[in-house]
Design a protein around this ligand. Structure first.
Ligand code: CAO
Length: 458
């Protein structure tokens, strides 16, 4: 028998992550890989699994504690004597990460000792709306320069509370809306505050304050609350936590960032021929257009560093590395895995990594590290269709590239119309940081790179 201190392993950039569930108590017997403690960042739920089978001696954290890498969580008396000694001090098994709200399969996460609250229960993915709703309630105080004199300040703007039992995403929503959580009535299991509780609270507060407010703030009308059941059958579908979390993020980004979208079209006829040749040669993983777009985007970012930056207060943090996130459509919602050092990788390596990360995203198996550190994002709907769209910037990044479906159409070459494969590009940028002229230069350069990828070498 040996005693192991199970600690928080490397969980990437996440620090001070709240404990949302302690799944064991002293005296419990656990098997290797059984989840012991669940952490939740705003992006991910992370199960810390037991490295060995054994008996729980002591639980060293409680729900609400904030933990970072190295913090002891549970003392475990390991059952397997044969592997005591050096192995007893080995690091715990890798944390299991699920996008917030991901449906958990029995293989991925063994049945926890404490059943997860209904809010995190899997729900039929086909019923979940894909596109986040428009913000029901527009953040007020979070917009620079418009925070003064909120219309319902007396009830709402009384500062954050430390006692309410709520996930980080709910806390953030409350912060953005200026809601004091201690005033909100919880409806979740074990008195947990849900996003809906915060929204209901604000709806009620806004409704009570019927008079419209004039001024520079983003005062909005109350969200229409219509009982559609009066008109016909309805179904109320609970949205996954990843959907709710991305909705809150998207709403903030949409409201706080002055977006402009620059459209461009690249002739990728030659590129597509190269892609077809590469795939026919079967000398590597299947290459999709996205791998080339990523490579070209990294080269364009190197040329225009302002696009590979983020705002910190008045300053611009320009990143000298090129970690590109790509939006991945998964059954539990939108996630953005990050491919690191894109500028240093070949197209085959990028294609391989894209395929692996997309697969892990769909299975809810991405690690926190794979979801962090991005400097620029690409959202490709090219495999699905559409001619253009206006992607929302992934704050604190300052630009995002949308890629739509390439189509062959007649293009005038100066003498005649010729069939060319044209790829639509949509670059949304933060107009506080990037001027329209710079955006046009960036997209033109990106087009040139895609039309002749040899330029990436220059
Ligand atoms: N034009 C034409 N065809 C394209 C294309 C484009 N721009 N992009 C991809 N395709 C083709 C691919 O080549 C592939 O065809 P073949 O099988 O004949 O080679 C097919 O479309 C499917 O590609 P894919 O989608 O599987 O692969 P990908 O590398 O292009 O994209 C991923 C991977 C993860 C980005 C994608 O699967 C996905 O999830 N896209 C959705 C992203 C999203 O939701 N964005 C919106 C975010 S905001 O709500």
């Amino acid at each position: 028998m040996s005693t192991i201190d199970v600690k928080v392993p490397d969980i990437g950039d996440f620090k001070d992550v709240p404990v949302i569930q302690v799944q064991v108590k002293p005296g419990d017997t656990v098997k290797a890989e059984d989840p012991l403690v669940t952490l939740e960042s705003d992006k991910a739920t992370i199960d810390i699994p037991s490295p060995r089978s054994g008996t729980v001696l002591e639980v060293k954290v409680k729900v609400g504690d904030r933990v970072s890498e190295g913090r002891p969580l549970v003392a475990l008396e390991a059952a397997d004597e044969a592997v005591s000694g050096p192995r007893a001090s080995r690091p715990p098994a890798p944390p299991r990460f699920s996008p917030v709200g991901a449906a958990r399969t029995p293989e991925a996460v063994p049945v926890p000792v404490v059943a997860p609250p209904p809010a995190s229960a899997p729900r039929p993915p086909h019923l979940s709306p894909r596109v986040p709703s428009p913000p029901a309630l527009t953040p007020r105080g979070s917009v620079p320069g418009v925070a003064d004199a909120p219309p319902f300040a007396a009830r709402l703007d009384t500062g954050p509370t430390r006692t309410a039992h709520a996930s980080p995403s709910v806390r953030r929503l409350a912060r953005e809306l200026g809601v004091d959580l201690s005033l909100v009535t919880p409806s979740g299991p074990k008195g947990r505050l849900l996003k809906e509780d915060v929204e209901r609270f604000v709806r009620e507060a806004v409704t009570q304050r019927a008079a419209p407010v004039r001024g520079g703030g983003l005062e909005v009308l109350p969200w229409p609350d219509i009982d559609f059941a009066k008109y016909g059958p309805i179904e109320v579908v609970e949205r996954s936590r990843v959907q709710r979390s991305s909705a809150a993020n998207l709403a903030r980004n949409w409201v706080m960032i002055p977006h402009v979208t620059q459209f461009e079209e690249a002739d990728v006829t030659e590129l597509e021929a190269l892609r077809t040749r590469l795939n026919e040669a079967k000398q590597g993983p299947k290459v999709t257009l996205l791998a080339f777009v990523m490579k070209a985007a990294a080269a364009a970012l190197r040329r225009f560093p302002t696009f590979n930056a983020s705002l910190r207060g008045e300053d611009l943090v320009v990143k000298r590395f090129f970690h590109l996130g790509f939006a991945a459509d998964t059954p539990h919602g939108l996630v953005v895995p990050v491919v690191r050092d894109v500028d240093q990788k070949g197209v085959h390596a990028l294609a391989q990594e894209l395929a692996e990360l997309a697969q892990k995203a769909r299975e809810g198996k991405l690690t926190p590290v794979e979801l962090s550190g991005g400097t620029f994002s690409i959202s490709s709907l090219g495999g699905l269709g559409g001619t253009a769209f206006t992607p929302i910037i992934n704050a604190p990044e300052v630009a995002i590239l949308g890629v739509s479906k390439a189509v062959t159409r007649p293009v005038w070459d100066g003498r005649q119309f010729a069939p060319r494969l044209m790829l639509p590009l949509s670059l949304s940028y933060d107009h506080r940081v990037i001027d329209g002229a710079a955006a046009a230069r960036f997209t033109s350069h990106l087009r040139e790179l895609l039309e002749d990828l040899r330029r990436v070498l220059l």
